[in-house]
Design a protein around this ligand. Sequence first.
Ligand SMILES: C[S@@+](CC[C@H](N)C(=O)[O-])C[C@H]1O[C@@H](n2cnc3c(N)ncnc32)[C@H](O)[C@@H]1O
Length: 241
Amino acid sequence: MRVDKAGLPRADVPGAFDAGAMAYDRLVGANPRYHANLALSARRMALPGRGRGLRLLDAGCGTGASTAALLAVAPEAEIVAVDASRGMLDAAHAKSWPSSVRFVHTRVEDLNEHGITGPFDAILSAYLLRNVADPDRQLRVFRDLLRPGGTLAVHEYSVRDSVAATLVWHAVCWGIIIPAGWWGTRDTTLYRHLWRSVLTFDGAAAFRSRIRDAGFTAVRIDTVPGWERNVVHLFLGEAPR
Ligand SMILES: C[S@@+](CC[C@H](N)C(=O)[O-])C[C@H]1O[C@@H](n2cnc3c(N)ncnc32)[C@H](O)[C@@H]1O
């Protein structure tokens, strides 16, 4: 698969995750803040009452790291977790989950065809929107899946607004992620896609505008502590009331 300046053609991304699925948890586990920062974003969603009575969507759940973060803050919610990569979902399935968590193999572009309809009280999309072909359309789909006032949380890399964050990103990709990915899978495609797709993704201010343009209100940005400060962001928005 050819990785160009913007990364892989977006239709090829789930296949690249299939190839990387067996090594995924080991590689992200080597980042001491990976799970902690997902947990922080889930807490920042401020879901009420342990999630009792809530319906949540984890869009692009992968091996379930973001699903686990949601479950920790909302153990009484119903959680629908979707992903387009069979390999990533198989790794998620191999873990232990309560019956309130359901995994569905689908592209986020095809939720309706797979019977996944709203309303949801909140949607978490962690490291997904950079990987879809039409993020504007996808944001509008998320808006329409949420109940009025429902919460959208997009946890995503965005470095374009900061020279320092861009330099950190180059260093971490070529110093750690791409070599470690090669050792784990003997293939650097997914990790070069990650490097390129983050470099060419919106800056945080542009992505906030994109979320507003999709009709969300009260849109705000937070970053995370540690080396990913100004590299990983949480974008929070409310579906229009
Ligand atoms: C970097 S992983 C993140 C997984 C998980 N959210 C986490 O935080 O660890 C991105 C996931 O998005 C999935 N993905 C990419 N494009 C997708 C699409 N169009 N529809 C659904 N899932 C997609 C990939 O298969 C992959 O599992």
